[in-house]
Design a protein around this ligand. Sequence first.
Ligand code: RAM
Length: 396
Amino acid sequence: MKNWKRLVALGMTAMMLASLVGCSTTTKTDPAATDGDKGSAKTEASGDGGSLEGTHVFMFKSTGNAFGDLMYEGFDEYLKAKGEKTAYKSPAETTVAAQVQMLDELITQKVASITISTNGDAGYDEVFKKAKEAGIPIVSIDSEANPEYRVCHVNQAEVLDIGSYLVQAGVLITLGVDYPGDGKMEETLKSELAKYSGDEIKLGVLSASIDTPVQNSWIAAMEDELSKDFYAGKVSPELDKKYGNDDLTESTTQAQAFIAENSVDCIISPTTVGIAAAGQALKSANSDIRLTGLGLPSEMQSFMPASADDDAFKSVCPYMMLWDVIHLGAVAGAAVDATLNADFDGSVGSSFKMDAFRDYGAETYEAYQSGEGTAVLAGTPFIFDKNNMSEWVDLL
Ligand code: RAM
């Protein structure tokens, strides 16, 4: 049985809890089936003759990111089981312009739907309007699309929760405190900080691009968390932010800059590319700076403890978090399917039923107001630490 470590503190509905409790058995997916695709640009069209007409397209921020590949794996698996065709289309460059150009081509090819993780807030309106006029629904995932043009956003986990957990983990790791257990982060943090009388703790952030909506929303939530009273005088409210553009080389350069400056105690990297690059840089430099953030267990195993007997603080990243990326992609597939084949329209209160998927039973998702638009909430973050890493490395 998989050791599901859930950050159950905030924002979880009873329905979500019930559904996750129902997920306690593990269908071991064959990692060999996906490993070859990790980190590579998988472009797959299950149509004939390369035509994308009638195909459900999944567009990530750029190619070469295993996080995007895994979301597509779930999206594809769900929709294929429904008899639909899918394709994975992402530009080589992590830019708005590159996505817009590709979107334009996809609309011309009469694709059935587009599910997208965007590279920025602005610059998509014209092409999204064109998609709308052509009757091609847009669903966003991971990084939001303009509410005016999307059916809904598929939210991985609550933004505020993620911001709080990342800061709490960064501070606890700086203080040498092991993961305290589900639902105990905040109380442990408060009692540890109350005892703390050392220098002001300074946190760094190694993010993706300076324009990426999702990372920027998490950074804003981290800043909100740091403004809470119990941090005052103990942890600097200022985050030292650097941007690696979800590129391994650029992220490594930025991690090396943190090492050279030596002014932060812990780097929080809210991107799987950034955290893996920072892990390697910190390990190679034998740095005292610690690391946490959002990472894929398969990419982080050399920088994290492997088993419960290990001293977590002998690794650069004692613990980190993420959500079930494959399931997230599948929820987007279900949203797309329900938009075209059922009566889901993304308005507040409109809902769709997702079929059972791998470990997850059938589930109903209801759209709720999220900013100017709506979203459905796919899940909750998991903590990966020395007690459960070995169970996850083959899966995510
Ligand atoms: C990266 C991407 C994505 C982010 C994850 C955690 O691969 O930048 O946007 O949500 O990591």
